[in-house]
Design a protein around this ligand. Structure first.
Ligand code: SF4
Ligand code: SF4
Length: 160
């Protein structure tokens, strides 16, 4: 008898749960404007992505192909899993004729990145930011290793 009561109780709870779900479905069926979920990828053009979304680390460049990375390696040191590798070189500063450390390659292994943001916080010159781009799936891992400094780019004047 006890098992029958448990059995019937379970069925009643399931029906109640279904009723609650269908009530919500019915509500949004008649209140289209209040729907907050989006159909992806059909909504690509008008998709809302919050400012704090972390899609990928990028090194920003301005219209003169200049960036703010001094090659200090703070981001590389801050990264907990070796996602970043800073390869730097020394160049002669044409103004002071002194040796100056500059970035040669900023290597970023997107496939290893956990988007923890520690590198961004560690950067003293705000050279890197998180982009909102999140469509990274592919069959080959190789393109996920990126060189973030653009070809021919240089350090912005005044950034030390
Ligand atoms: S977001 Fe985190 S895991 Fe990704 S590169 Fe920066 S520190 Fe490394
Ligand atoms: S991105 Fe920032 S922290 Fe990383 S090497 Fe460049 S200046 Fe240093």
């Amino acid at each position: 008898m006890r098992y029958l009561a448990i059995y019937i109780g379970t069925i009643l709870r399931a029906i109640n749960s279904l009723r609650k779900g269908m009530k919500l479905t019915g509500y949004y069926f008649t209140h289209h404007k209040e729907i907050v979920t989006h159909q992806y990828p059909e909504n690509r053009k008008k998709m809302f992505i919050g400012d704090r979304f972390r899609g990928e680390v990028i090194l920003t460049h301005d219209e003169n192909n200049e960036h703010r990375c001094t090659g200090c390696s703070a981001c590389e040191i801050a990264c907990p899993n070796g996602t970043i590798r800073i390869i730097s070189k020394f160049e002669i500063d044409p103004e002071t004729q002194k040796k100056k450390k500059t970035i040669d390659e900023f290597v970023y292994h997107l496939g290893m990145c956990t988007f923890c943001n520690l590198c961004i916080v560690a950067c003293p010159t705000d050279a890197i930011v998180m982009s909102k781009d999140f469509e990274h799936s592919m069959y080959d891992r190789k393109p996920l290793t990126k060189i973030l400094n653009k070809r021919g780019s240089k350090l912005m004047k005044g950034v030390e």
